[in-house]
Structures are given as structure tokens and as C-alpha cells.
Design a protein around this ligand. Structure first.
Ligand SMILES: C[C@@](CO)(OP(=O)(O)O)[C@H](O)COP(=O)(O)OP(=O)(O)OC[C@H]1O[C@@H](n2ccc(N)nc2=O)[C@H](O)[C@@H]1O
Ligand SMILES: Nc1ncnc2c1ncn2[C@@H]1O[C@H](COP(=O)(O)OP(=O)(O)O)[C@@H](O)[C@H]1O
Length: 287
């Protein structure tokens, strides 16, 4: 068993979750991806990644995730992509403490990948810029760049055109219905609405925006529909990303926790605070 106790050659990095405070789909790009407008709100809750220098060139990842093969894990894929890009010869032991539900629209895999890039860039002293790390990350997933740049942001394009945004801090309850929604399935669905008109940041701040995937996802997944109806009784509820998680905001932690404690059987969830800056950046001392 690998010993991951903290030492000079070891970094421990949070991998925060995100929620989409709104999500509009403006159209389809020639490569099949969708042109979006969204706000990525970072949360102070997520997975934790530990990286440790090895004296040889091996890359190891532990423990195995129940639903993802190690070779497909975005942590290992990010490490391999970074090493290839930088022409670096060394290795590392990677340990991922997974807390975030998989396939929930809260960006867990993308955040794990981004924290891997940020941490190994420091551990291996590669000195690559955030822009370079973001473009390596974008090949792995559309959500990786926002986590690399590490700020709550207004996003356009496929999520890579980012404008940092300061949102008044709120507490969020994120509820995960008992189902998994594939992002690819929703984006390739015939009935997805893809014709939102572009809006300005001011229009989002004035309110009244929503998630354009929500009508389709709640129709295809009754568990999501039920979760939205239940949470909406306490505070206006919305789908994040393509789901399956739904969320609502609360003025304080106690109010959010009181609702979480009553959650319907079969659902899971967590309470987290919205943050402007990524806890990964704070941990690594990135300005
Ligand atoms: C739409 C969002 C909003 O946050 O949904 P969630 O994944 O968070 O639910 C994300 O940007 C998703 O990011 P991510 O989950 O990294 O997507 P990727 O792995 O790059 O893409 C998965 C699949 O979704 C489709 N896809 C994804 C993003 C996008 N802008 N247009 C698309 O059409 C593509 O078919 C792609 O094959
Ligand atoms: N470290 C990881 N954590 C979560 N999912 C991962 C990871 N590595 C690869 N994946 C794959 O990425 C897909 C998307 O996972 P995730 O990021 O949790 O969801 P979403 O994109 O809905 O927020 C999953 O289907 C999973 O197989």
C-alpha cells in the first residue's frame, strides 16, 4: 500500500465541484459540440487529490473507482497528456479521494483532471501557464478549462471562453436523484432545444434565466423530475449541466442542512458554499 503522508515531495489538492447557475444552448458547432452560455459557480466541496513524486517514470493511480477503469480515469489521462506535452520523463503516485457523484453535472471528473494538471505542473516544475494547462485540459473535457483557471465565471463557446464573475456568496444544496445522465445522450437528443438567443451578463444578473436541458432531462428521467418538484418546495430548484443533480440556494448553511436532512429516500446530496476562487488554487498558492 502506498504511503501518502505529507512531505516535501507531496501535494494535496482539492478538486471542487461546480454548478451551472444557468445554461443556454445557442447552436451546434461544425464539430458537433454545442455553443453555450453558462455561469460556472465553483463550490467549496469536492474530491481530494494527492500527488507524490516518484524516482522512476511510473504513473500510478489508486484506489480503483467502482465505475471507471483506471485507464479511463481523467486523473491518469490528464497526467499522461501533461507528461507528453511537456516531454517530461519522470513519474508520480496519484491518490484520489472521490466524494462527488459521477455523471451528476457537477464536473467531478473535469475538476479531478484540472487539479491533476495544476498539481503535476508544480510537482514536476514544468512552469506551464494556466492557458497552456487549460488547452491541454480542453482535449479531455469541455469543463476542464474553468477548473484550471479556477474562478467562478461567465462562460461561452463550449465553456472555454471565460470571464471571471463575482457572485454574492450563497449556500447550495445539491441533490442527486438515483440516476445517471449521460451528457452525450442529452446533447445528441432530437428533442433538445438549441436555439436560445444570446444574452448579456447583466440579463443573467437580473434573473429569469434557466437551464435549457432541464425540460428534456426531466421528461427522460422521472427521478430528476421528482427531485426538482421536491426541492422546489423549499427554494427555486434547477438542474445543473445535463444533470442528474439538481440544486437550490439558501441564505445560510443551517437552512440548507435542514432541508438535506429531509431528502427523499434514494437520493443523496451535499451542502456547499459558492466560492469565487477555486480551493485548488488556494491550496497551491496560485495567484
Ligand atoms: C454541458 C456541460 C455544462 O457544464 O454539462 P455537464 O457535463 O456539466 O453536465 C459541460 O460543459 C459538458 O462538459 P463535459 O462533461 O466535460 O463534456 P465532454 O466530456 O467534453 O463531452 C461529452 C459529450 O457531450 C457533448 N457536448 C459537450 C459539451 C458541449 N459544449 N457540447 C456538446 O455537444 C458532446 O457530444 C460530447 O461528446
Ligand atoms: N475521476 C473521475 N471522476 C468522475 N468521472 C470520471 C473520472 N474519470 C473519468 N470519468 C468519466 O467521466 C464521465 C463524466 O463524469 P463527471 O465529470 O462526474 O460527470 P459530469 O460531466 O456529468 O459532471 C463519467 O461517465 C466517468 O465515466
Amino acid at each position: 500500500m502506498t504511503d501518502f503522508s505529507t512531505s516535501a515531495d507531496t501535494l494535496v489538492v482539492p478538486c471542487p465541484a461546480k454548478i451551472n447557475l444557468f445554461l443556454h444552448i445557442l447552436g451546434r458547432l461544425p464539430n458537433g459540440y454545442h455553443q453555450l452560455q453558462t455561469v460556472f459557480q465553483l463550490l467549496d466541496y469536492g474530491d481530494t487529490l494527492t500527488v507524490r513524486q516518484r524516482q522512476d517514470s511510473q504513473l500510478t493511480l489508486s484506489p480503483d473507482l467502482a465505475d471507471v477503469d483506471n485507464k479511463d480515469n481523467l486523473v491518469l489521462r490528464a497526467a499522461i497528456a501533461l507528461r507528453r506535452f511537456a516531454g517530461y520523463q519522470g513519474g508520480a503516485d496519484l491518490y484520489l479521494e472521490k466524494r462527488l457523484p459521477i455523471g451528476g453535472g457537477i464536473g467531478g471528473g473535469s475538476s479531478d483532471a484540472a487539479s491533476t494538471l495544476l498539481a503535476l505542473n508544480q510537482l514536476w516544475q514544468l512552469n506551464l501557464s494556466l492557458d497552456t494547462l487549460a488547452s491541454i485540459g480542453q482535449q479531455l473535457g469541455a469543463d476542464v478549462p474553468v477548473f484550471v483557471h479556477g474562478a467562478t465565471a461567465w462562460a461561452e463557446g463550449t465553456g472555454e471562453k471565460l470571464t471571471p464573475l463575482s457572485i454574492p456568496s450563497k449556500w447550495y444544496l445539491v441533490l442527486r436523484p438515483n440516476c445517471f445522465v449521460s451528457t452525450g445522450e442529452i446533447f445528441s437528443h432530437q428533442q433538445l432545444t438549441r436555439q436560445d438567443a444570446p444574452i448579456k451578463i447583466a440579463a443573467f444578473l437580473e434573473g429569469g434565466t434557466g437551464n435549457s436541458c432541464q425540460p428534456l432531462v426531466r421528461k427522460l428521467y422521472p427521478e430528476v423530475d421528482k427531485a426538482l418538484i421536491w426541492l422546489d418546495k423549499f427554494s427555486p430548484a434547477m438542474l445543473t449541466g445535463t444533470g442528474s443533480c439538481v440544486f437550490a440556494s439558501f441564505d445560510n448553511e443551517d437552512a440548507a442542512r435542514a432541508v438535506l436532512a429531509q431528502r427523499p429516500e434514494g437520493t443523496e446530496g451535499f451542502v456547499a458554499r459558492g466560492v469565487d476562487l477555486s480551493p485548488a488554487h488556494t491550496a497551491l498558492g496560485i495567484a
